[in-house]
Design a protein around this ligand. Structure first.
Ligand SMILES: Cc1cc2nc3c(=O)[nH]c(=O)nc-3n(C[C@H](O)[C@H](O)[C@H](O)COP(=O)(O)O)c2cc1C
Length: 207
C-alpha cells in the first residue's frame, strides 16, 4: 500500500440520508488523517415503487455515490468503516446482502489484519445502536478484521448536556421516530473522529 495515504473504504447503506451524512463526516476524518476515503453505497433491495418522498429525496442526494461491488471493492484497501442504520437491532438486509456475497474474499483472507469500524443510526435513543454495531462486528471478525471503536478519549460521547449518539463501540446518530432529526454537530464530530482514528491505526499497522 501507499503507506502515507491508506485507502479506507467507507461502505454504507442509507434509506433516509442519516447514515449518508455520517459517512461524509467519516470521510472528512479519513482525509484529515491523510487517508484516501473511498465512499461506496451497497445495492438497494427495495424496489422504487415502494419509495416514499423522503426516500426519493435521500436517494437523489446519494445518486453520485457508486454502488459497491462485493466481488471487487474489498480488495486493495487498508481499512474499512461500515455504516448501517439499525433494523430491529441488526444491520439492514441491504448491508447483509453485500456481506453474503463476499465468501470469495473470506476464503482468500483479503481483510485479515485490516482495521475495521462501524457506525449506525436508529430512530430512538435506545433502539439498538450498540447491538447493531456489535452484531455487525461479528461479520468483520469472521473476515479477520481488527476491530476499532471510539475510545472515551473522544469525550463528546460523554456529554449529558444534550441527547447524542456515539459510544465506545462507534459513532451513531438518532434519527427520531419520523426521521426528522438530522445528525447533530456533536454526532458528526464523533463520526469524523472515527474516520481519523481508524486511519491513524491503518497507518500504524502498515509500518
Ligand atoms: C424495518 C425497520 C426496522 C427498524 N428498526 C429499528 C429499531 O429496531 N430501532 C430503532 O431505533 N429504529 C429502527 N428503525 C429506524 C431506522 O433505524 C431509521 O430509519 C434509520 O436509522 C435512519 O437512517 P437512514 O436515514 O440512514 O436510513 C427501523 C426502520 C425500519 C424501516
Amino acid at each position: 500500500m501507499n503507506q502515507s495515504q491508506p485507502k479506507i473504504l467507507i461502505l454504507f447503506y442509507s434509506m433516509y440520508g442519516h447514515v449518508f451524512r455520517m459517512a461524509n463526516a467519516v470521510a472528512e476524518g479519513v482525509r484529515e488523517a491523510d487517508g484516501e476515503p473511498i465512499l461506496k453505497q451497497v445495492a438497494e433491495l427495495i424496489s422504487e415503487e415502494f419509495w416514499d418522498e423522503n426516500v426519493k429525496k435521500a436517494k437523489e442526494s446519494m445518486k453520485n455515490i457508486p454502488v459497491a461491488d462485493p466481488r471487487k471493492d474489498l480488495k486493495g484497501i487498508d481499512g474499512l468503516i461500515v455504516g448501517t442504520p439499525t433494523r430491529f437491532g441488526n444491520m439492514t438486509s441491504q448491508m447483509r446482502n453485500f456481506w453474503d456475497q463476499t465468501g470469495g474474499d473470506w476464503a482468500e483472507g483479503t481483510l485479515i489484519g485490516k482495521p475495521a469500524a462501524v457506525f449506525t443510526s436508529s430512530a430512538t435513543q435506545h433502539g439498538g445502536q450498540e447491538t447493531t454495531i456489535i452484531s455487525t462486528m461479528i461479520t468483520l471478525l469472521h473476515h479477520g478484521c481488527i476491530l476499532v471503536g471510539l475510545p472515551y478519549s473522544f469525550k463528546e460521547q460523554m456529554t449529558l448536556e444534550e441527547i447524542t449518539g456515539g459510544s465506545p463501540y462507534g459513532a451513531s446518530t438518532i434519527a427520531g421516530s419520523a426521521g426528522a432529526r438530522m445528525p447533530t454537530a456533536n454526532e458528526l464530530k464523533l463520526a469524523k473522529d472515527l474516520g481519523k482514528h481508524l486511519t491513524t491505526i491503518a497507518k500504524k499497522l502498515a509500518l
